[in-house]
Ligand binder design. Structure first.
Ligand SMILES: C[S@@+](CC[C@H](N)C(=O)[O-])C[C@H]1O[C@@H](n2cnc3c(N)ncnc32)[C@H](O)[C@@H]1O
Length: 279
């Protein structure tokens, strides 16, 4: 009798993420793409991070390994929330992102004294267009990446000193799982979680450390409840006529703070590892 083959961490990650696929019958009826990211939201986040200065575990772990005048590679850079706070120390930034709107927001925020290289493309395919950097950062991208082992190996390859990856402790859409039984009669997955990402990183042959900390920001924060309801409605693949019902279902699940409304902050996990990458 042959034993069941044991799933690798990368296979487990891939299968767990695949379970987040929205059933075709729901997706086909969606008026708008439920996965569309909104660059203006990430721009607001980058501005918020810049105003606060260096406060997060991820920023501290990156700065520890970043020499004065050094270089940073930001993969899945968005509007730059991970790397912009490091530019007081760095002199060069390479930003990789597959979304032109995000890159536009990033360019507008990089100070003119920084040598900026932008690569519009998907990691790890875009890795051959990118040189090595002292520190590689990659915040809030992993839950978008089915082949996380290849993605991580390519990050390690580019790092002279350290890779710092930040993820939410649970899937960033898990806070909306309670809505799916109400509107579609289906349950949503609970995995993967940050510990599963750490296992994938370790299986690539590096020695990651991980630290969980309290997330500071409301998720999907907006200054107008109706914008938040519209974002949730798009994710639920519903039309605008359902907004009053969605607003009703959200009651008691939202937090209001500093003029913003959003989902409660979720814990963040900083995963970092040292790399003896290219000279
Ligand atoms: C949730 S946003 C995070 C942005 C930014 N790092 C931050 O922390 O605000 C994820 C970003 O990663 C980009 N992205 C996702 N998968 C990618 C990939 N395989 N290669 C390059 N960019 C990717 C998306 O276009 C998006 O801008």
């Amino acid at each position: 009798m042959s034993a069941e083959p044991v799933e690798t961490p990368a296979e487990y990650w891939r299968a767990s993420l695949a379970a987040w696929a929205i059933p075709p019958a729901i997706l086909d009826a969606a008026p708008e793409s439920p996965w569309q990211l909104r660059p203006h939201q990430f721009a607001a986040r980058a501005d918020h991070v810049l105003r606060r200065g260096v406060t997060t575990v991820s920023q501290r772990r990156a700065l520890e390994a970043l020499p004065e005048g050094g270089s940073v590679l930001d993969v899945g850079a968005g509007a730059g929330a991970a790397s912009l706070p490091l530019l007081t120390r760095a002199s060069r930034l390479t930003a990789v992102d597959g979304d032109a709107g995000m890159i536009h927001e990033l360019r507008a925020r990089v100070p003119s004294n920084i040598e900026l290289t932008v690569v519009e493309g998907r990691w790890p395919d875009a890795a051959n267009e990118v040189g090595p950097a002292d520190v590689v950062v990659c915040n809030h991208v992993a839950y978008n990446v089915p082949n996380l082992d290849e993605f991580v190996a390519a990050l390690t390859e580019k790092a002279r000193h350290r890779v710092v990856m930040e993820v939410t402790a649970v899937h960033p859409r898990a806070n909306q799982n309670f809505l799916w039984p109400i509107f579609h009669g289906i349950e949503r997955p609970e995995r993967p979680v940050a510990g599963d990402a750490v296992a994938v990183v370790r299986a690539t042959g590096v020695d990651p450390r991980a630290e969980e900390w309290a997330g500071p920001e409301l998720l999907m924060a907006s200054d107008e409840l109706r914008d938040l309801v519209a974002a949730v409605r798009r994710y639920l693949c519903l039309g605008a006529e359902r907004d009053p019902e969605i607003a009703g279902a959200l009651e008691g699940h939202l937090v209001r703070r500093n003029g913003l409304v959003g989902f409660a902050p979720v814990p963040r996990v900083t995963i970092w590892w040292d790399a003896a990458g290219p000279a």
